[in-house]
Design a protein around this ligand. Structure first.
Ligand code: CMC
Length: 426
């Protein structure tokens, strides 16, 4: 924090608005005193608004940098594993060997879900979208774990975080199993986080499931790359829900709902649908033209980002991982060829260059998920599973500090006050 200020003249008054500096990144102007002057700031979409102070994740969209607790995402993706990144996001530091082992064993101890939760699944249609099921069952966790709902108790908050991180793979895999009509698989706690998820997705009780280490490593990398992303729509939703004092399970269910949309987490599913629809390299130009047409609502899914005006650093790692995984598995997927062609054309087109539209994290992730055998409808669920730690870390950071209920204001453009008109006079 500094003693800089900005002057704002409002009619006769000149206000001194304090400016605060973070460790890195843009300064912020504190506009809190404007309400007393009878004006609000106006920033639809929160393009210029810092809604909170945070120590978790930093993004420099211009340079294409993403840091978790100071560590660059590519270093974490190359050298760390998902549970270690979870620890880092939650506690602020990388764990030492003993802390890592204890954290892994704690998460493992919470992987099962209450047996009655199975009944919730039976209430859904078999063809329900798995994100619809996830919104319901994650919110329903608050009906089962009453002993971790006291949000003012730090230990309760910590246990709720463990439970959410540990149970998400189990709940996610249960969605898939339910859609197939196969029995739910219990977690196996001698497996790693990503191995366990694959076992619950693809194993069956009548056979031993052998985890392919290439797939487990790719899955783990995908989890790392989605773990957190600062104050995006779903994280802001979790913070807003949490600011009212709502319990963590309900807050994460709200985050899942916000993530579902195609402009956010739903984009990974939309990318694969789009690539399938394009079908062949010869159709790429037609779709690029559609994306550029102002009168056509079509957008190139997996392109563009509110914050990145450069290559999304997660997309860079995802692109490399995609080549590695397909190479190691010996898969030649025409969709990868199509995606690369689309990227080449879009990145040499003045429309995309001028608007700084680069591939984002979702552009290549679907191709890897498809190679792992995950159906398209589960893609956004994988994002939700991995992002849970980010949501929980932000929720915990907020509740541990001083916070007020989030309550944005508005520019009202509706009718001024008028008198009620009785039915026979309308
Ligand atoms: N294809 C074609 N044009 C685009 C695209 C696109 N994918 N994205 C943005 N534009 C254009 C847009 O039409 C607008 O043009 P103009 O200034 O002439 O009106 C300009 O670029 C700025 O777009 P915007 O919608 O004002 O930008 P935004 O910051 O509000 O939206 C976005 C960001 C990610 C929602 C948007 O780029 C988009 O819809 N992308 C496709 C969906 C997608 O891939 N989403 C995943 C985001 S990354 C994962 C995550 O964080 O969830």
């Amino acid at each position: 924090m500094t003693e800089k200020s900005a002057q704002l003249t409002l009619g006769e008054n000149t206000l001194d608005l304090p400016i605060y500096s973070g460790t890195i990144g843009p300064d912020v102007v504190d506009v809190g005193q404007l309400t007393a002057q009878g004006v609000f700031t106006y920033d639809p979409g929160f393009v210029s608004t810092a809604a909170c102070e945070s120590k978790i994740t930093y993004i420099d969209g211009g340079k294409g940098i993403l840091l978790h607790r100071g560590y660059p995402i590519d270093q974490l993706a190359d050298h760390s594993d998902y549970l270690e990144v979870c620890y880092l996001l939650l506690y602020g530091e990388l764990p030492n060997a003993a802390e890592k082992e204890k954290f892994e064993s704690t998460i493992n101890n919470h992987t099962m879900v209450h047996e009655q939760l199975r009944n919730f699944y039976q209430g859904f249609r078999r063809d329900a979208h798995p994100m619809a099921i996830m919104c319901g069952v994650v919110g329903a966790l608050s009906a089962f774990y009453h002993d971790s709902l006291e949000i003012s108790d730090e230990r309760h908050r910590e246990i709720a975080a463990f439970r959410l991180i540990a149970k998400m793979p189990t709940l996610a895999a249960m969605c898939y199993k339910y859609s197939l009509g196969q029995p739910f698989m219990y977690p196996k706690n001698d497996l790693s986080y990503s191995e366990n998820f694959l076992q619950m997705m693809f194993g069956v009780p009548c056979e031993e499931y052998e985890v392919n280490p290439i797939l487990a490593k790719a899955m783990d990398k995908i989890f790392i790359l989605h773990a957190d992303h600062e104050q995006n729509a779903s994280t802001s939703t979790v913070r807003l829900a949490g600011s009212s004092g709502a319990n963590p399970f309900a807050c994460i269910a709200a985050g899942i709902a916000a993530l579902w949309g195609p402009a956010h987490g739903g984009a990974n599913e939309a990318v694969l649908d789009m690539l399938t629809e394009i079908g062949d390299v010869s159709n790429v130009d037609k779709f690029v033209a559609k994306a550029k047409d102002k009168n056509d609502p079509f957008r190139l899914m997996g392109f563009g980002h509110r914050v990145y005006k450069n290559y999304d650093p997660r997309a860079k790692v995802m692109r490399e991982t995609c080549h590695e995984v397909l190479g190691e598995l010996g898969i030649k997927d025409p969709l990868l060829e199509l995606a690369m062609k689309l990227e080449d054309i879009a990145r040499s087109d003045s429309y995309f260059i001028e608007k700084n539209l680069y591939p984002n994290v979702d552009f290549y992730s679907g191709i890897i998920l498809k190679a792992i055998g995950i159906p398209t409808s589960m893609f956004t669920v994988i994002f939700a599973l991995a992002r849970t730690v980010g949501w929980v870390a932000h929720w915990h950071e907020m509740i541990s500090g001083s916070y007020r209920i989030g309550r944005p204001r508005q520019l009202y453009t509706g009718s001024p006050q008028r008198d009620f008109v009785p039915l026979d006079k309308r």
